[in-house]
Design a protein. Structure first.
Length: 317
């Protein structure tokens, strides 16, 4: 694992830790600042800067910065970044080998929610008697930036020193009192001022200079993560990953080092690819395919396999 600290932001050494060879960094935010974060979002809504895309709007409606009613004793939010690796997987099909990218947060790296919670108690809280409650309801990038953990890239994704943008964010309410009221400004990385690579590489022009928030209705991920036919305006050539899209991160200079550290997933054999693409009946091969791609479990296969099949078809057929 390549892991560099360039100390470009205000983080102290105590805000990073390693557990079982996985790297974490965290920020904290006093709940006194929740209203400020909500106002950041509301301002964007009032200025009509957000995409009208239905899926995106549904996701926005589910999110807010309210303290959970069942945990009124909560005092702080812990925002955690866990470094992730780009995955590569070879699909063999009709005598050819296709090397396909699996974005960092789309394949299971074996770390469970329980592992992460244990690591938080061990490395962050450090004392017994305190509770943490995970929340997926908040806008995680905004909380990460406002806590000083991350900065935005022009591509609207968060960057953490040493991890680039290859990370998973999570957040936890806690009753532990960090006695720190600091809140950081909304910041874009300095290097983005003189760089437009992501803007130019985005095949659908979802990134623009006029609106810092991407046009979520134009982002490929909005379509290839879910079931259904691709809209006609998404050219087949635009697709570049088994799910999600990597164009605005792959070519980013802030990811130059982390991109070298890939994880090679096990090759998918001709027969296994045929189970997926040509509906070859074989439960055993289907099982081994699911285990190798590490993107979902057998229980979710009915939902997920048609998505992977459709995505792979545009990449290799
Ligand atoms: C909805 C969603 C999507 C939507 C919309 C994406 C978006 N940009 O909002 C879609 C499906 C398109 C999507 C795509 C992806 N997503 Co997504 N997504 C989410 C989700 C569920 C909510 C995001 C959200 O709140 N968006 C709303 C916007 C308004 O929030 P925001 O960008 O933070 O808004 C602030 C800034 O824009 C800023 N701002 C506004 N103007 C200005 C001006 C300046 C100068 C500055 C500095 C700031 C600034 O202020 C806003 C707040 O006031 C989060 C999980 C979560 N619970 O948060 C994951 C999440 C953001 N996604 C994630 C990932 C990895 C992705 C993909 C990279 C996946 C992939 N490989 O394909 C792509 C990236 C696309 C992109 N370029 O952003 C990660 C991001 C990790 C990281 N490194 O940042 C998250 C956090 C999931 C996770 N648990 O880790 N995603
Ligand atoms: S490609 Fe350039 S502009 Fe885009 S996020 Fe990376 S450094 Fe910033
Ligand atoms: S993930 Fe792909 S489509 Fe979405 S903004 Fe980035 S480059 Fe554009």
């Amino acid at each position: 694992m390549i892991y560099m600290y360039d100390n470009a932001n205000n983080l102290t050494d105590s805000c990073k830790f390693e557990e079982n060879n996985y790297f974490y960094k965290y920020g904290i935010l006093s709940l006194q600042h929740l209203a400020t974060l909500q106002e950041d979002i509301d301002k964007l809504k009032r200025a009509k800067k957000l995409s009208e895309n239905e899926n995106f709007q549904r996701s926005m409606q589910r999110r807010n910065f309210e303290k959970p009613s069942e945990f009124q004793e909560a005092k702080y939010l812990i925002i955690l970044a866990r470094s992730r690796k780009l995955g590569i997987i070879n699909f063999h099909y009709n005598g050819k080998k296709y090397e396909i990218k699996v974005p960092p947060d789309f394949h299971d790296d074996g770390v469970t929610e329980e592992d992460v919670e244990k690591a938080i108690h061990k490395h962050i809280i450090k004392k017994s008697g305190y509770k943490i409650v995970e929340t997926e309801k908040i806008h995680l990038k905004l909380a990460a930036v406002r806590s000083g953990l991350a900065k935005y890239g022009r591509n609207n994704i968060c960057y953490v020193d040493g991890m680039g943008s290859f990370l998973t964010l999570s957040a936890y309410f806690t009753d532990y009192d960090f006695q720190n009221e600091t809140i950081s400004e909304l910041k874009m990385m300095d290097r983005c001022e003189k760089c437009n690579i992501c803007l130019n590489k985005c095949p659908t022009k979802a990134i623009s200079k006029e609106n810092f928030v991407i046009d979520a209705g134009k982002c490929i991920t909005q379509y290839n993560e879910y079931k259904g036919e691709f809209p006609k305006w998404i050219d087949k050539k635009f697709h570049n990953a088994i799910e999600g899209c990597l164009h605005c991160q792959y070519h980013c200079p802030a990811n130059k080092e982390v991109i070298k550290d890939i994880v090679r997933l096990e090759d998918i054999t001709e027969e296994e690819t045929k189970v997926l693409l040509d509906d070859l009946e074989n439960p055993e091969l289907l099982n081994s395919l699911i285990k190798k791609i590490k993107m979902f479990t057998l229980e979710d296969a009915d939902e997920e396999l048609p998505i992977i099949k459709r995505n792979l078809e545009v990449l290799i057929k």
